[in-house]
Design a protein around this ligand. Structure first.
Ligand code: GDP
Length: 320
């Protein structure tokens, strides 16, 4: 049993236990986890949720360490989560690994949790969303969700956070950066890291390049995407990144956009889950499994219409 009082008092051990419950695949754990989440729901939503992406080597962990330590110095409690469906065994980097953020992980005001390692991207993302809620219930003010900028995981992260940030290298041109146009369109900010030493000039050039291409980015009624430079290694301009996000948070809260965005995300999440659950019910139903290939053959042979075949499957599923 999870000690909800201890969780809401922010005890890291209670939080870690609750996350383990949420991540469990066992059916009775799932039921218990959902009951817990529903109970803590009124205590959630009080953080700013920030997504951070960027190709391997751009400096994500260095940035999160510097940014997290800065936030802690400002009296914030910071949780670092990750969505990384590439398992470490398959050679992927281990996001949220504490050794990548050594100083931050030692801070009593920081909580770092690696990505759930098993399952589909959708499954991993679901667990990270739920973990985010637990962290909020435990009183964390800033939730950082990290993901690698390859594959589909950035879309998942962008759809669970308030503010989505792409870290970039100081050499102009997205082709060089390996960043897809679709990702740029999700960004609320581009942050060019490694703006130090010999790269400083490049970083500034790159900043101008992206500022001139801002029309490619998504604008909302109150927010124009920003382009900043920083050096995570030298700890430079880190506070400017927070200043920007903090402005966003204040504006988006005042004009209701934040609440609206979260409500939309929650509804989309519900719909996605509904489809996944239906899909699972289809796969689990023995009669459907038996009839599906037969019906599919009939459709390909032109013996029945796709509509009637689909209707038959639905009837089988809901027969009781
Ligand atoms: P990740 O793979 O995106 O997490 O990148 P890391 O944080 O591991 O950083 C990759 C490399 O870039 C490391 O050698 C870092 O020390 C270096 N690095 C990170 N941030 C900066 C920076 O602001 N300036 C410089 N010069 N190097 C940096």
């Amino acid at each position: 049993m999870i000690d909800i009082d201890a969780l809401q008092a922010g005890q890291p051990r209670a939080l870690a236990k609750a996350i383990t419950l949420v991540e469990s695949k066992k059916l009775d754990h799932r039921t218990e986890a959902q009951a817990l989440l529903e109970k803590v729901l009124p205590k959630t939503g009080n953080s700013i949720r920030i997504g951070i992406t960027g190709i391997p080597g751009v400096g994500k962990s260095t940035f999160i360490e510097a940014f997290g330590l800065y936030l802690v110095s400002q009296g914030k409690k910071v949780a670092v989560l990750a969505v990384d469906p590439s398992s470490p065994i398959a050679g992927g980097s281990i996001l949220g690994d504490k050794t990548r953020m050594e100083m931050l992980s030692r801070s009593p005001d920081a909580f770092i949790r690696p990505s759930p390692s098993e399952g589909s991207l959708g499954g991993v993302a679901l667990k990270t969303r739920e973990t985010m809620l637990l962290c909020e219930a435990a009183g964390y003010d800033v939730i950082l969700v990290e993901t690698v900028g390859v594959g589909q995981s950035e879309y998942e992260v962008a759809s669970m956070v308030d503010f989505f940030m792409v870290l970039m290298l100081p050499n102009a041109g997205d082709e060089l950066q390996g960043i897809k146009k679709g990702i740029m369109e999700l960004a609320d900010a581009l942050v060019i890291n490694k703006a130090d030493g010999e790269s400083l000039n490049y970083a500034q050039q790159t900043r101008r390049h992206y500022q001139n291409a801002l029309h490619l980015l998504r604008h909302t009624s109150f927010w124009t995407p920003q382009v900043l430079t920083c050096s995570a290694l030298k700890n430079e301009n880190i506070e400017a990144v927070w200043g920007m996000i903090s402005d966003f948070q204040i504006d988006a809260t005042k004009n209701g956009a934040l609440q609206e965005k979260r409500a939309r995300q929650a509804k989309e999440w519900m719909n996605k889950l509904l489809h996944e659950m239906l899909e699972m019910k289809l796969q689990e139903n023995p009669e459907v499994r038996k009839q599906m290939p037969l019906l599919s053959d009939k459709v390909t042979r032109g013996e029945t219409t796709p509509y009637l075949a689909a209707q038959t499957i639905i009837d089988l599923l809901f027969r009781g």
